[in-house]
Design a protein around this ligand. Structure first.
Ligand code: DC
Length: 222
């Protein structure tokens, strides 16, 4: 039985474009949006700020349980009333998020918080385990893929445009390392749900991916 409130899940590895596609879908359908990766990024950031070691499972889970976070409707994320959007979007913050995300107690602590995003008229849920663990009864499940090289190229372009100096080889290595950790952990590893539609985005523009997902959604209503 699908959830009474419709959910579209978008899972896949880092840098595949889930965030951009999810935001477009949420805007088009006027649904809520869950950026689950942000919750792991915020947990890791709060740990760093409080000098908590990232693999101290009990302590990190306590931080996750009590995160004082606010997602602002106009964009931006507050952690204890400080705007931390830029701080959580760095490569280091992503790697730290992947470390805390491997801890089962942390995932458990964030479970209810993620479920709370399920509100009318619908939800776009972006992450690694949205279709497998958090919303297994979702109306539509999509899994986006692209090679590590392609994702590194996209990330490189974004970082260069923002004025950062990075080496593409370093980005490829970081992406591979993060994929490896996200796919091989025991708790809710990154993988496509059995009933997910897999879209390889390597050769597709953002708009083409968006249209493909919209078509899958429209097909459900026919
Ligand atoms: O989607 P992102 O890059 O913001 O996610 C950062 C890290 O958080 C990612 O490497 C793994 C983890 N994560 C997760 O384990 N489960 C999710 N549902 C979302 C993110």
């Amino acid at each position: 039985m699908p959830d009474l409130i419709p959910v579209i899940t978008l899972d896949g590895p880092g840098g595949v474009g889930k965030g951009t596609i999810s935001a477009l879908l949420a805007e088009k359908l006027d649904w809520h949006y869950l950026d689950s990766g942000a919750l792991y990024r915020l947990t890791a950031l709060a740990c760093v700020e409080k000098d908590i070691v990232l693999d101290a499972e009990h302590d990190v889970a306590a931080i996750a349980e009590n995160l004082a976070v606010k997602f602002l409707p106009q964009g931006g994320i507050l952690l204890e009333d400080n705007d931390v959007e830029a701080l959580i979007r760095t490569e280091t913050a992503g790697n730290n998020a992947s470390i805390v995300a491997a801890l089962p107690m942390v995932r458990e602590a964030l479970f209810k918080r993620q479920k709370a995003f399920l509100q009318m008229p619908g939800l776009i849920a972006d992450g690694r385990d949205m279709g497998t663990t958090i919303f297994p009864d979702a109306l539509l499940k999509v899994f986006l893929t692209a090679s590590a090289d392609e994702r590194a190229k996209r990330r490189y372009k974004q970082l260069i445009e923002k004025g950062n100096s990075v080496k593409i080889a370093d980005l490829v290595n970081e992406i591979r390392e993060r994929d490896e950790r996200d796919m091989n952990r025991s708790a809710s590893p990154l993988k496509a749900a059995q009933d997910a539609h897999i879209i390889d985005t390597s050769e597709l523009s953002i708009n083409e991916v968006f249209e493909k997902v919209m078509q899958l959604y429209k097909n459900l209503n026919q």
